[in-house]
Design a protein. Structure first.
Lengths: 625, 195
């Protein structure tokens, strides 16, 4: 096409945009994917700490519903008058905890960090397709974070309708304090966040499809890239739907339309809105909301695949099956949203359809879980902290995923809906699993990000305390859920049947506090190692992928000279016949004659002929089987 | 600082191809937003016999449709002029497109006043009718973005920026504007089928 005609002058013009670096363009408004990745990560970590502190606050209320803690009043003022958290604030805490964790930490913090870091690095690109959009993506995200935190400083408090912001609580500003200005700020923050995700996602997809280096065909891409790519597609197709839902919600709240509102009496006053349907919001919300949980978990699965293979010193088991299962999850994620709405009076036939599609997701998920185990089996396993977290991720993915089979069943969901069983399920399968995937990624790619190593001992301490802590927190919740204890209830002593669970709440809260304290080990390790960590070598894990062929010092454009060419897939670990237990993707087959196998040549007869001749000359026999 | 060897021409071409692809992806995202509104409309309207548009859409929409189709044509001619390096013609057609874009905007707002005169207001207990405003309003928000893009093209042509940059910019703007045109036709047909 004629639009690709480029004069040399134009090439200069574009290339010059990025230079003359100042503090502002290098560290603040950077357009470099590596710096943006670090910005996403550190903002994500700050948000994670904030959201975790919120959870500790409401856990204190749940464990000691009738005890006063005067210190709370010191910090929270009127939200904890007399040292006890107010019910309205309790709702805000769970709402903002959920919002921040799901969107800011596990979506932006995870995809934002690792897609930005690894897509150009592992594909052999100088940068993202549009560095400007990439920068905007971060700054929209940052502003969203600031606004969400700012909602703690308005008089009526932050949003408190739950992270799913169902109307009418979210759409009638007078219904509860949190429905006022706090909710408006929530909506503004989320709109900016969606803009950020769409800008980022568009960039990720485009970079994967257009900016791969020579030889990097789709089937030579690491599974990390496949996961980020499919995640971005899911985001691109689902986030705009939430925009529509939020726009209509905004009109209901602030203009007086009746998209979601009908037949309401608030504080003795009959509202004029008629004819709206709150279920409409749920449909629109969950059309994003369900794919969102895959947006959260798929990057974690991708990171885990890479880390498990590298540290088992074995090729990933079933590479193609891994990709197809990700594709399967991607497609299925769009046709299961109704399983969140079984109890909304949905037509039972429709419920049955959603149930079947939901249960089918167990198939690709199980393929992945078994492939991880098969990759580990008889591997030469190196238990680095990253590997520990990756294995932990698989553990949570399995134990949380199994309860998905119960919840996906429409008949059982009537009992389990909105109980702690649901809380246990999603905190294990998407909360803990994703955060473990993310932490695994941080430990594994830290040398690439900061040029230094994290401390291993602190890493193990962090892993074990968090791993055991997370199970102690979330596992007992299954039993509470089966007993019918509803989620989001403020005080267990107010309901006789819930009284007996206070002792369990006490255990959970202590486990949460200890697991929370364990994060100090991580924070110290993370921030201190930036300056004090052991200097990293170029390829500390003896890994095959392209990012480890770049210099330790970050340079603009990633590779000093030409971008390397790729010859093979990324999982040639412990290949029989080769002298090292890894063969980077940049090594041509002509240099590894002693380990080549016929299927390496993908039907290239000339190459097979040359290999066979070499085999004869060197008495090499290949036993296929 | 001289960094002439940073990006080869080939890499720049690759990056442009990727940027153009970004635009296509962005349009998919925008389309999803309107698809969500459409399905929201269908679900809502199916909720009862008292729901639905229950009026004949104002004729103004016919005129605005003609205007925006015409503006796509002028922009197409402008893009052709750009490729032939006819700067004067490019500026003329760009200006014409921008004027037509503004006329489209005015006509859409005029259609709202026709609806209001029939007592079909935005704040309405039959939200199917509110949806008309949401569809057209969200589309107009995109038209504003489109106009900004066109003004930027005009600005580039006035300066003028180097030929390849100018052509690339025009190329993207043309694709986006045609998309907005098609999007409006989709919305209009959707509303017509439901009136």
């Amino acid at each position: 096409m004629s639009s690709t005609v480029i004069s040399h002058g134009a090439a200069h013009h574009d290339a010059h945009d990025h230079h003359q670096e100042t503090f502002l363009t290098k560290y603040i408004f950077s357009q470099d994917h590596k710096m943006i990745a670090k910005q996403f990560l550190i903002t994500g970590i700050v948000m994670a700490v904030f959201a975790m502190l919120l959870s500790i606050l409401f856990r204190i209320q749940l464990a000691w519903p009738d005890t006063d803690f005067p210190i709370l009043e010191v910090f929270l003022g009127k939200w904890a008058e007399g040292g006890r958290i107010k019910p309205e604030f309790f709702l805000s805490l769970v709402t903002i905890h959920g919002t921040m964790m799901v969107f800011f930490v596990l979506t932006a913090g995870l995809s934002g960090t690792f897609s930005n870091l690894l897509i150009p690095y592992q594909l052999g690109a100088r940068d993202m397709a549009s560095p400007l959009m990439n920068m905007l993506s971060y700054w929209f995200f940052f502003t969203a974070c600031v606004i969400m935190v700012a909602s703690f400083f308005v008089e009526s408090g932050p949003a408190s309708a739950g992270w799913t912001i169902y109307p009418p609580l979210s759409s009638v500003p007078t219904s509860i304090p949190g429905s006022g200005l706090g909710m408006t700020l929530w909506l503004i923050s989320m709109t900016l966040f969606i803009a950020s995700q769409v800008l980022g996602g568009v960039n990720y997809i485009s970079t994967v499809l257009n900016m791969r280096t020579k030889g990097m065909d789709l089937w030579k891409m690491p599974l990390t890239i496949w996961a980020f790519f499919l995640t971005a597609i899911v985001g691109l197709l689902s986030f705009p739907v939430l925009v529509s839902a939020v726009v209509l919600l905004f009109f209901d709240r602030s203009v007086g339309t009746s998209f979601y509102l009908s037949d309401l009496v608030v504080q003795g006053e009959i509202l004029p809105n008629e004819g709206g349907s709150p279920i409409l919001f749920q449909h629109l919300f969950w059309f994003l909301g369900h794919p969102e949980v895959y947006i959260v978990v798929m990057p974690a699965l991708g990171l885990t695949s890479e880390i498990i293979s590298t540290n088992s010193r074995k090729p990933i088991f079933g590479y193609h099956a891994m990709v197809y299962s990700l594709v399967g999850i991607t497609v299925l994620s769009f046709i299961v949203w109704g399983h969140h709405m079984f109890v909304t009076g949905m037509n039972p036939f429709l419920g049955g359809v959603f149930m079947i599609t939901t249960l089918i997701i167990a198939v690709p998920s199980a393929v992945k879980a078994f492939n991880y185990i098969a990759t580990l089996w008889r591997g030469n396993i190196r238990f680095t902290p990253a590997m520990m977290f990756a294995i932990g991720m698989v553990s949570f993915f399995v134990s949380g995923g199994l309860t998905g089979l119960y919840l996906g069943n429409a008949a059982l969901d009537i009992n389990l809906h909105d109980t702690y069983f649901v809380v246990a399920h999603f905190h294990l399968v998407m909360g803990s699993a994703s955060i473990f995937g993310m932490l695994a990624g941080v430990y594994h790619w830290y040398p690439k990000m900061f040029g230094r190593m994290m401390d291993t001992k602190l890493g193990y301490l962090h892993f074990w305390l968090t791993f055991i802590g997370a199970y102690l927190v979330f596992f007992p919740m299954h039993f509470m859920g089966i007993d019918g204890v509803p989620r989001r209830y403020y005080t267990f002593t107010a309901f006789p049947f819930m009284d007996k669970w206070i002792s369990v709440n006490l255990l959970i809260t202590w486990a949460a506090i200890i697991a929370g304290l364990a994060q100090v080990a991580f924070l110290w390790n993370f921030f201190a190692s930036i300056w004090k960590g052991k200097k990293a070598t170029q390829n500390p894990w003896n890994s095959n992928t392209l990012e480890w062929t770049t210099p330790v010092e970050h340079i603009h454009g990633n590779w000093p000279g030409e971008i390397p060419t790729v010859y093979r897939w990324p999982y040639d670990y412990s290949k029989p016949g080769h002298d090292t237990d890894f063969i980077p993707q940049t090594v041509p087959f002509s240099e590894t004659m002693s380990s080549n196998l016929p299927h390496d040549f993908e039907g290239n007869e000339e190459a097979i002929r040359i290999q066979n001749e070499w085999n004869k000359e060197n008495n090499r026999e290949i036993i296929e089987g | 600082m001289e960094h002439t060897d940073d990006y080869t021409t080939e890499e720049l071409m690759q990056s442009r191809k990727a940027k153009k692809f970004n635009l296509w992806l962005g349009m998919i995202g925008m389309f999803m937003m309107f698809a969500a509104l459409s399905s929201g409309f269908i679900v809502y309207t199916a909720g009862g016999v008292d729901k639905g548009i229950k009026t004949i859409l104002p004729n103004t929409f016919i005129y605005s449709t003609i205007v925006i189709v015409f503006s796509s044509l002028t922009l197409h001619l402008g893009y052709r002029a750009t490729k032939l390096e006819q700067l004067g013609k490019q500026k003329l057609f760009l200006l014409l497109t921008i004027v037509l874009g503004v006329v489209f905007f005015v006509l859409q707002v005029d259609a709202w006043s026709v609806l209001v005169s029939r007592d079909i207001t935005f704040i309405n207990n039959n939200a199917s009718q509110s949806f008309i405003y949401v569809f057209t309003g969200m589309h107009l928000a995109h038209i504003i973005a489109g106009l900004i893009v066109l003004v930027r093209c005009l600005w580039g042509a006035m300066k003028p920026i180097p030929f390849p940059d100018n052509q690339f910019r025009m190329n993207l703007a043309t694709i986006f504007w045609h998309f907005l045109d098609l999007l409006w036709i989709y919305i209009y047909v959707f509303l017509l089928l439901n009136q």
